[in-house]
Write a protein that binds this ligand. Structure first.
Ligand code: GLU
Length: 550
């Protein structure tokens, strides 16, 4: 055995498999030409946030558009930062948003696929096998530096105005011998395993990012840590081993990783692996006092995906909106395919924004209103009550007290060819429907200023006598019109417009007065339908109340 082989046996005596074992166990995938194998690799260190959801969507549609595979891998090597329930939240969250998973953790507890295990903490021996190979080849070594020693190196570099880091002559243990290492290990000294980087800062690496295009960077010359002192790999090393063995073709991830690409490409090469195609996605941005910044978990409620459920956005609306962020071509496609599943959209990574799209709440609301407007009233009531049950119990009780009534409330201007686009999220429904429920009906009636109080009074007092809930919509409006002439209003809009001075107002003004009397609002869906739903007694009482106020 040479020095390096002795070192490998000293550090990893329990590893008896050769890399070939894993190469055979995890064979190349047999997929059609062009099919992309992609993944998200979340760390369970927090709850599902918008960035992860967006990344999952981009990966999912990349797989869908190429007949490929989308899998999940749990990167749980940082046990200190792990939170309880993190995996459940992320995987269940994706499923709730309709992002189906082909392989890996398909549910929080169930793994599927032959490249298992899909959780890094279960893959310790695999990483160690590849580290052993690098040690044998003289490409990795144990480093016994303490935190204080590393700090001292750093201070020295700062004083000498040299780039900080564990590289070149500053890499204290890079030439450690077997005997030296053995003596320190016998003393019980902890150590990490580092890469012996053959790179030089003078050299450049080039790669063609699938989103950002051609990129050039200095080669990595840092002796990065491969295995931490507890034998657990770092992200960089685990990424190379896992994405190789799981046969990932495209690594689509956040662009905060772009500066790590030189390390990653170097690791792939030294390990004898073909690097994947890297595609770095710009983060979703937010406007903050006129300046663009990354959406922040700390500052922005919408960064946590729970926010959307709490507000009562349909998962479908959020996904539809994120599709518009993912591709500027999506909206045109949607116009041509108004009812098709977004999964049919041919997604092209190259068309993604290089600098990061802005999170646009108004756009989300528009997209969402459109989606809600396509639901029939049963669907609306079902989803609204399901939302209220969790997030607004009191409203839930109000809505479900008389479900048929609630259905008729939400059927107004719905279930028709041109439904109103009025609700974006369920937490708007209470305000929207408040005048249908006496618990919430507290009108502040503000009549148009151009109509005199006495005319309002005269109209409502006449109307209450002629009002009938048996009228068709035409008859109902006919009655309002018939009151026009005696009260000095124009029954005909054209005539009114031509001759405004001759009238106190028009039939339109009178229906506005009625609308305000009955609902307390100036803008509502169709008033005849509203009065039908409220019923004769309620409408009459409200008109009498309104009269009493004047
Ligand atoms: N575990 C990494 C993260 O949470 C994954 C990055 C990647 O996709 O390679 O960001």
């Amino acid at each position: 055995m040479n020095q390096f082989e002795q070192m490998a046996e000293l550090l990893l005596p329990h590893i008896d498999k050769e890399p070939e074992y894993y190469e055979t166990l995890y064979p190349e995938r047999n997929l059609p030409e062009g099919a992309r194998v992609v993944r998200i690799a979340p760390s369970p260190t927090g709850y599902l946030h918008l960035g992860t959801l967006f990344m999952a969507l981009v990966n999912r549609i990349t797989a869908d558009s190429t007949g490929g595979i989308f899998y999940t891998r749990i990167e749980d090597t940082d046990k200190k930062r792990e939170i309880e329930g993190g995996i459940d939240d992320i995987i269940n969250g994706l499923l709730q948003f309709g992002i189906n998973i082909d392989e890996g953790y398909v549910t929080p507890t169930e793994q599927q696929g032959i490249y298992a295990p899909y959780k890094q903490s279960l893959r310790g021996e695999i990483y160690q096998c590849y580290v052993k190979k690098l040690i044998k080849e003289g490409l990795a070594y144990p480093c016994f530096c303490t935190a204080e020693e590393l700090e001292a190196v750093r201070e020295k570099q700062e004083a000498e105005k040299i780039r900080t880091g564990y590289h070149g002559e500053y890499a204290i243990h890079r030439n450690i011998t077997f005997e030296e290492a053995k003596a320190l290990i016998d003393e019980g000294k902890p150590y990490v395993v580092r890469l012996k980087s053959p790179g030089s800062e003078e050299n450049r690496i080039f790669f063609d990012d699938g989103i950002k295009g051609k990129i050039e960077m200095p080669e990595n010359d840092e002796d990065i840590v491969l295995l931490k002192s507890d034998g657990i790999p770092t992200y960089h090393f685990a990424h190379a081993v896992d994405d190789h063995l799981m046969r990932t073709t495209h690594v689509i991830r956040g662009d905060e990783w772009i500066s790590s690409v030189p390390k990653h490409i170097q690791l792939f090469r030294l390990l004898g692996f073909k690097p994947p195609k890297y595609c770095h996605v710009a983060p979703i941005m937010k406007l903050d006092n006129g300046a663009k910044r990354k959406i922040s978990k700390r500052k922005d409620p919408e960064a946590a995906v729970h926010y959307f459920a709490e507000e009562g956005y349909e998962a479908k609306s959020v996904i539809e909106y994120l599709m518009t962020v993912a591709s500027s071509e999506f909206e045109d496609w949607r116009r041509a395919n108004p009812d098709g599943s977004y999964k049919k959209f041919k997604f092209n990574l190259k068309k993604m924004s290089v600098s990061g799209a802005l999170f646009d709440n108004d756009k989300l609301n528009d997209v969402s209103k459109n989606i809600v407007s396509k639901m029939n009233s049963d669907e609306v009531v079902e989803k609204l009550t399901a939302w209220a049950k969790t997030y607004d119990e009191e409203f839930y009780a109000v809505l479900t007290k008389d479900l048929d009534y609630t259905k008729s409330v939400f059927a107004i201007d719905r279930d028709c060819p041109k439904p109103r686009k009025d609700i974006a999220k369920w937490n708007e429904a209470k305000q929207y429907s408040a005048y249908f429920y006496n618990q919430y009906f507290a009108p502040e009636r503000e009549y148009p200023e151009n109509i005199l109080k006495e005319d309002i009074k005269a109209f409502l007092s006449e109307y209450v006598n002629v009002y009938s809930d048996k009228d068709t919509k035409e008859e109902w409006f006919g009655r309002i019109k018939s009151l026009c002439e005696p009260l000095g209003f124009a029954a005909d809009t054209k005539e009114y417009k031509a001759n405004k001075e001759a009238y106190k107002g028009s039939a339109g003004d009178l229906s506005t007065i009625l609308r305000i009397a009955v609902t307390g609002r100036r803008n509502t869906p169709d008033l005849w339908s509203i009065m039908q739903v409220l019923g004769y007694d309620e409408c009459k009482n409200r008109i009498l109340d309104a009269l009493g106020e004047i």
